[in-house]
Design a protein around this ligand. Structure first.
Ligand code: FPP
Length: 247
């Protein structure tokens, strides 16, 4: 259940795991798994739009993924560039507003420019917010927010004592979105792997053994059905929730 009582999550965050194993099971190189994973991304976006999910955040490339074999990193960058070239206008036409979180400085100028173009081309989209986490780590996110707060304090714009959760959250990735209601991880592992460490504080967690390239509407419907059966208490009691959340 969402804070407003709806059983469709307003914001879903996904760790798309299992591309490598999917390819291995077929005797193919890992890069083929990532290509199949990119097709699953499109299915997932279509599903979100059809079900009225307002925001989708996908973990496409972690800060740690830079240490994978150079060929694999190269393929992921190519997929990224191709998706940015091919899909962005279509996403814009469908009213999907695209954004990125993560350390952009880690990418080459070609990718950085296309990210900026993608954000500006889709800026007026109202149907859904799609955020791609790229070169992203939850700890990195918290550190960069802390640094921004410290810099503002040094400039005399805020007092250190004024830094509270609300103000701190404005410097984090996804600051202009409600926090994820539902976190999904595919591929069978049950961990968050340095994804949105702060933002997932009250998210419902759902793990499925399905490998990411096999994800379809049925898998996603099952996740949302499970989510709809959860009681979200946000640290309160069931009785308080039944009376309505305090403002
Ligand atoms: C994890 O599977 C997946 C990734 C590290 C990359 C995710 C990328 C995509 C789904 C394709 C491109 C995305 C966009 C947004 C264009 P893994 O390689 O860790 O799989 P394994 O655990 O089976 O080895």
């Amino acid at each position: 259940m969402r804070e407003d009582g709806s059983s469709i999550p307003a914001h879903i965050a996904i760790v798309m795991d299992g591309n490598g194993r999917w390819a291995k099971a077929r005797g193919r190189p890992r890069t083929i798994g990532h290509r199949a994973g990119a097709r699953a991304v499109n299915r997932c976006i279509d599903w979100c739009v059809a079900r009225g999910v307002g925001a989708l955040t996908l973990f496409a490339f972690s800060s740690e993924n830079w240490n994978r074999p150079a060929e694999e990193v190269g393929t992921l960058m190519q997929l990224f560039l191709r998706a940015l070239d091919r899909e962005v206008d279509d996403l814009g036409r469908r009213g999907i507003r695209l954004g990125f979180i993560g350390d952009r400085e880690a990418f080459g100028a070609d990718i950085r420019d296309r990210m900026a173009r993608a954000e500006s081309v889709t800026a007026n989209g109202q149907a859904m917010r799609l955020t791609i986490a790229a070169s992203y780590g939850g700890r990195w996110d918290i550190i960069q927010a802390a640094r921004r707060m410290a810099e503002a304090a040094v400039r005399g714009e805020i007092e250190p004592g004024q830094i509270d959760e609300r103000r701190f959250a404005t410097a984090l990735g996804l600051a202009d979105l409600p926090p994820p209601d539902l976190f999904i991880r595919t591929g069978g592992d049950k961990r968050i792997s340095n994804f949105l460490l702060w933002q997932l504080a009250y998210a419902e967690l759902y793990f499925t053994p399905t490998l990411w390239p096999d994800v379809d509407a049925e898998v996603l419907d099952r996740a949302v059905e499970d989510y709809g059966r959860r009681e979200r208490r946000f640290g309160l009691t069931s009785e308080q929730i039944a009376r309505g959340l305090p403002a």
